[in-house]
Design a protein around this ligand. Sequence first.
Ligand code: NAD
Length: 236
Amino acid sequence: MRLFALTGAGVSAESGLGTFRDKKGEGIWARFDPMKLATPEAFARDPEAVQAFYDARRRNLLGAEPNGAHFALAGLERALDARGGELTLVTQNIDDLHERAGSRRVIHMHGELLKARCVRCAAVLPQREDLGGSSRCPACETVGALRPHVVWFGEVPLHMEEISAALVRADRFAAIGTSGSVYPAAGFVAEARALGLGTCEINLEPSDNARLFDERRYGKASEAVAAWAREIVEAL
Ligand code: NAD
């Protein structure tokens, strides 16, 4: 089996990292305005506010731990690898909890919070400390040119060619913990259907795209993903 799994903020919710949107209106974007914090224009206008927002999220991430959903996906990757199959794990999450749970191949289409990028020389560097306006790029030595290595609204997601190739190669598609409202990721399920893949959604509640999935499982990711992964491994 060649499985393509797309994960979103719901996978990390039980690790204490807030989601962006939910139907109760309690997500991060209900409390903060994304246009003031997650766009290139916002960074140009008020870099301190943008850096402070991501500094707080980075500190939060460093204190978080992977949950059962991350571990179940890492176990599924190992089980598929051992039987000549493949799991392509594409995440919209900027956290590193899939890696910390043991997933070996993770494609971060929206970037990584524990990395910084230099807007001057494009170097991508590990970043665990707060990013102040006086940070110096170790590659080109420019001061004040480092930004979080995350994809903001209006920017093009990363690794799209690799993602398209994996979707074409796959025979099954799953979307896990994602509201189905941020494109292009929200469009993957329609592409998967057009390619003839079986589609499965695992989420706390029906996503905006729920009707496009053949199979729907609702519950907490830590339990629902573990049960789904177990069934796949048993049927291999
Ligand atoms: P989203 O916030 O739009 O949607 C999250 C979905 O997860 C919702 O449908 C919600 O019902 C569901 N959910 C909440 N708790 C859950 C749980 N315990 N188990 C299963 N599902 C649960 O997130 P998204 O679709 O990933 O939105 C895309 C954007 O959010 C991306 O740009 C991504 O970079 C960003 N984001 C990332 C993180 C992170 O890195 N951990 C956190 C917040 C947002």
